[in-house]
Ligand binder design. Structure first.
Ligand SMILES: NC(=O)c1ccc[n+]([C@@H]2O[C@H](COP(=O)([O-])OP(=O)(O)OC[C@H]3O[C@@H](n4cnc5c(N)ncnc54)[C@H](OP(=O)(O)O)[C@@H]3O)[C@@H](O)[C@H]2O)c1
Length: 347
């Protein structure tokens, strides 16, 4: 990508998009175009066409999507399939129509089959049944990858897909109803620590700063309210058994990989998609105890095994990306520290 090229980052306020924009700006890319979903709702085909016709971006990084954890995925099923299909279809079609040189579509590790062999290779896409709790999202994201592929085949475009593992970092979603496991753990440990310390004003400040979800009445007294979230003065109750293994990539590493892929990955040479991860996973229980140490929570941890765990293990095979010359740099400990520091800086 030329430093003065017009680059449209869709979803620039999100976890991924905000990091990609920071990285592009730090690297000296001068013409980064962004629009909030209010300014441009990517579900509206005509609006998307008008935008592409007017702005004529040369490169597109598609990081706009409806994203969430197990609970949000299994609650807002229609929105997860519709929004994600229509956003991808509108952006890919306009990118083709208005001559975008390269488009990077963001897929996800959770769209591979539930029982894919581990570590998961790119070839495992569509080789088995999906995890039921996120099937609507997965079907839409798979459709996006196939859209890119078949536009490349029929129209000779260069639309590529990266398959990031679970991401985390500054600007993540900390709403406990819709968040992924890692930010949800960070916030719960933080609230649990405040409860033990009887810092009720700080708890209130936290609850008012970021939506907590579950339609909770914020006027309840803090201890009563936190109990509804499984947080008491004695213990913190976590969703699921804590036994599944997950891989986590710090979002600034993903942003670095996105720019790398825009430079080095062409559909014709590499194919449909490339996994982006660290190549290492950790048990959710171990992740919880790492966060416990970083937050300095001194109470007990309990696991509610009646809540769904999702896929037992999910580790990406990152050899394709490694062979291109990219590797992640941020350790889980360092990334968690940065994430917690960012969380605290907003309170
Ligand atoms: N988070 C992860 O762990 C993870 C892992 C693997 C892959 N991914 C993929 O990475 C991409 C970005 O995820 P993320 O975690 O950064 O999501 P996010 O933090 O929820 O941000 C999503 C962004 O999409 C935008 N958006 C949503 N609906 C839109 C619409 N109708 N029109 C225009 N913009 C819309 C939002 O814009 P506004 O803020 O302006 O409303 C928001 O900034 C997704 O494709 C996701 O599947 C994420």
């Amino acid at each position: 990508m030329e430093k003065n090229a017009k680059i449209y980052v869709a979803g620039h306020r999100g976890l991924v998009g905000s990091s990609v924009v920071r990285k592009l700006q730090n690297d000296g890319y001068a013409k980064v175009i962004t629009k909030t979903s209010k300014e441009l709702d990517l579900r509206r085909q005509t609006d998307v066409e008008v935008f592409f016709e007017r702005e004529r971006p040369e490169y597109v990084i598609l990081a706009a999507a409806k994203v969430g954890g197990i609970l949000a995925n299994s609650t807002y099923t229609a929105e997860f399939i519709y929004d994600n299909i229509i956003i991808a279809a509108n952006v890919v079609q306009s990118a083709y129509r208005y001559g975008v040189k390269k488009l990077l579509n963001l897929g996800s590790s959770c769209i591979y089959p539930k029982f894919a062999p581990q570590p998961i290779k790119e070839e495992h896409l569509l080789t088995g049944v999906l995890e039921p709790t996120n099937e609507p999202y997965a079907v839409a994201k798979i459709a996006a990858i196939k859209l890119c592929r078949y536009y490349n085949e029929q129209y000779g475009t260069n639309f590529i897909s990266g398959m990031p593992t679970n991401l985390y970092g500054p600007h993540d979603n900390f709403n406990l109803e819709t968040a992924h496991v890692l930010p949800s753990l960070v916030r719960k440990f933080h609230l649990a620590k405040l409860l033990i310390q009887k810092k009720y004003d700080e708890i209130k400040k936290d609850l008012n700063m970021t939506a907590v979800g579950f339609n909770l009445n914020l006027n309840l007294d803090p201890a009563h309210l936190l109990e509804k979230l499984g947080i008491t003065t004695e213990y913190l109750m976590l969703w699921g058994s804590g036994e599944p293994y997950r891989e986590f990539l710090y979002v600034d590493d993903l942003a670095d990989a996105c720019i790398f892929l825009m430079e080095r990955y062409n559909y014709k040479e590499i194919g449909e998609c490339v996994n982006v991860g660290t190549g290492e996973d950790v048990k959710i229980k171990e992740l919880a105890s790492l966060i416990q140490k970083i937050v300095k929570y001194e109470g007990a941890i309990k696991h509610d095994a009646s809540k769904p765990d999702g896929t037992p293990k999910k580790l990406l095979d990152v050899s394709r990306l490694k062979s291109l010359g990219w590797q992640s740099k941020t350790s889980l400990k360092e990334g968690l520290r940065n994430t917690y520091d960012w969380y605290l800086s907003r309170l």
